[in-house]
Design a protein around this ligand. Sequence first.
Ligand SMILES: Nc1ncnc2c1ncn2[C@@H]1O[C@H](COP(=O)(O)OP(=O)(O)OP(=O)(O)O)[C@@H](O)[C@H]1O
Length: 969
Amino acid sequence: MDSDSDSDGSHISATPPRDPPPSPPPPPAAAASARTTILSSIKPSNKIKATATSRPILRPKPTKKRSKSAKIPEPKQPLKENPPQTSVPPPDLSNLPFQIHRSTHKISSFSSNTNDSAATLIPGGRLVSKFASFSKTRKKDLKFEAIESDQNDPLISTPQLKAELGDNDVVPQKIGNDGVNSSKAVKKHPNCIGGSVPSSSCSASLLSVKRVKCGSEGNFVKLNINGYGRKKFKFKGKRSNFGSSSNGRQRFSKRSKRKSRVGDGGEGEESGLCDEEGLVVDIKQTEKRSNFDGGAIEEAVMRVRNEASDENLVKLLKLTHGYDSFRDGQLEAIKMVLSGKSTMLVLPTGAGKSLCYQLPALVLPGITLVVSPLVALMIDQLKHLPPAIPGGLLCSSQTPEEASETLELLQNHALKVLFVSPERLLNTEFTSIFSGSSLLSLVVIDEAHCVSEWSHNFRPSYMRLRASMLHAKLDAKCILAMTATATSKTLHDVMHALEIPAGNLIHAAKMRENLQLSLSMTGRSLYNARMKDLMTLLKSSPFVEIKSIIIYCKFQSETDIISKYLCDNNISAKSYHSSVPAKDRSRIQELFCLNKIRVVVATVAFGMGLDKRDIGAVIHYSLPESLEEYVQEIGRAGRDGRFSYCHLLFDEATYFKMRSLMHSEGVDEYAVNKFLSQVFSNGTNSSGEICSLIKESASRKFDIKEEVMLTILTQLELGEVQYLNLLPQIKVTCTLNFHQTSPALLAAKDIVIAAILKKSELKDGQYLFDISSIANSIRVQAIDLSNHLRSLKFKGEITYELKDQAYCYTILNVPTDICSLAANITKWLSEVEICKVRKIDAMFNAAVFAVKECAKVDGCHDYQHTPCLLRKISEYFNRDDDVDIPNKMGENSRFLRADIKVFLQSCSQAKFTPRAVARIMHGLASPAFPSATWSKTHFWGRYMQIDFKVVMEAAKEELMNFVSKNAAS
Ligand SMILES: Nc1ncnc2c1ncn2[C@@H]1O[C@H](COP(=O)(O)OP(=O)(O)OP(=O)(O)O)[C@@H](O)[C@H]1O
């Protein structure tokens, strides 16, 4: 396929040229003058009002009392002392599932040794190692902007905060609660909070956890994720054991989520310090930790084991987490799990789902395995484990040594909680640890909606998480599935896959009541208008007073433009998306958490695993893809229980663009057919030979996105007939050099090297070979071969480079009828595509309803539509997903067929499918038709407003005409 040619004839069309591209945002001066105009009309009202202009202009309200300049944002005051200044009556806080307290303490930072990355913690209070809080999101694809597959990528950068903030930002002198000057506040992994952790012996006996032998550096596991800061953790200052805080050494620890809520629980105000990963350190909590009574916990655990009564559980909660009571749904979920019942738990964002596995993990005899979709999330959750619960994680970025250290801890019963990605379950070495071992007590599926293709965030790797597989491979006795956002259809699907009985659903997904939802619609394609509206919004009350804001955008380019625009207008802002280097993303998150950046302008990549409690506003600069995404993102605001503000700016043009994007993963039966033929081209092989499919080239060849290929492969493994067995993905093309021993000598004592010499091609003195074919020739797993090469490299014998990430599998059954299999798979994928389109339609319709149709009763007024949006959200989550949602798409255009015809003539050398043509007409890039080439065509994105299916139908007809004409001539 010649997809790189852009025909000269593309300028000929039946329609006039498109609108000119949007002009850049106004210069700061212009914006400033606009601002002056707006400010001159300030009225003492905080309501958002429309001006006489056609575009809604949001008027700022003067700040009643501001003690500091806008540059140094004030910390929010305690709610009780300073209720939000809004015309909307503050919510009835007594209804909140938690009490609200605010810190009046100064936020400051402290120094740390930041170069090490780490991850596993074991009882004994040693910091096993430490890691940065953020990982790289590899995919640029919008849909998966926030999703990091452990299998695929995530680079975790190590923060260099001290260097980045400069010494001024470092607060090295901290006086411990015991009065001792702990001049070096050494950063610790929070799951191993130095002196504040209970005595190891108590913890170990309590949990029947064996202490692991440790070297001079203590119980240490290195986890230098993805090579960042690949240094051993160097402990600065005197290391203390569990309970050693009693020796007078003050420890600063990251404030865990539960710590922050200790303050909430009415135990006085927090003392907030920020550590270099941006998490607040709470001295009071550290005191709690140092008072941590392992013996008491052990007794409380025993009592719960004897009788899981409310009283016993509350006592345990108090001892482990410091909370006085459970929140809605928690106690019920914990009791279900403790009684061995698989449970589906739906709680809103920030409602405390983690606790529902943390306590059972402590009480249950075996290990709790937590499957999580993002490495960033795993890290976050590991950090927030209470000190009594030793945890670890396994991810693909670890070296084999690091991973085997964690595995050793696991097998030695030194871990109670282990975080893994779903891809880990492809690893038979890993799953074999559990099968038939009774090692595992509980499997937790975090973000369980990812299991369902009807969710807003379906992950192919999550498909693997079916009860049958979990029982068979892991010997899982009990499953806890958790999510904050799932429609009835998604829930049904997840519960079906995980075999959770309907009666075991705990659904307390009522939205938090401290979020005020407002929205405004901007004029069509008025890029500048939207930008100005945003600026006006930020200069208006209540946003002008808010010190911590996230602005969500759909496109990476938007985040860069907006953050620059805000900076030009004296608002400290940074853009955040998956193309920002991992290290910079880490830094941005840190600075945001330190309140050194007021606004983060981000794609969906930002937020997951972020527990910044004082985010006062979330602004959507463009429409979220679904109400699920909207709910998830606004859920970042107001985690401290304070009144917080969420504004949605939207417009029709962006809706059309995004609706088009919902079709970007669709596939044709033709492509699926070709793909399946390639997958099964090797036929069955009883010896279980490894087949591999290089992701990038296959994706281009079949014009199917990588994520979709994986979905198909997973379906082939998990469908009614098991056609294949997926193996972990690896890079298959290897270029190798020998260094110490001669190749022949090494081959004589190493079977792998012998095979390489036999099967590789010698090119410029380097040996070039395919990992899977070498593995097949000596009948080892590809992953084992890679590990073997790694160890030879470690010994200095060889160096090598790997490239070409590939899907690996073994074929179990070859389908008798590939065509009907392809038809079935395509039908299923097209239903998924329709479902995504419905989701964005539902989002758009809810927003349009609020703006245009809301009768402004029940408390809605001006731009503020909390009641009606909440109603729409609730209806959406409770109704059947299959209902058709009216949409604004055009049914046809009289120029469409003519334009397609001209386009096909002008690109006669390229091979198109109807979908490929429709994508180009909708301005959608695909692996075989990249935007770098095809966006140059005159027709790119011209028919975005015509329903994709209609364009595809027209393309099909024109292609048939074109082919028959060519055949005739
Ligand atoms: N019973 C409780 N009392 C007080 N605070 C609690 C309680 N349970 C949990 N919390 C706190 O609530 C916060 C949010 O908890 P958690 O991170 O588990 O929420 P979540 O439901 O997983 O949110 P998300 O869906 O955004 O990941 C944490 O700071 C946690 O410590």
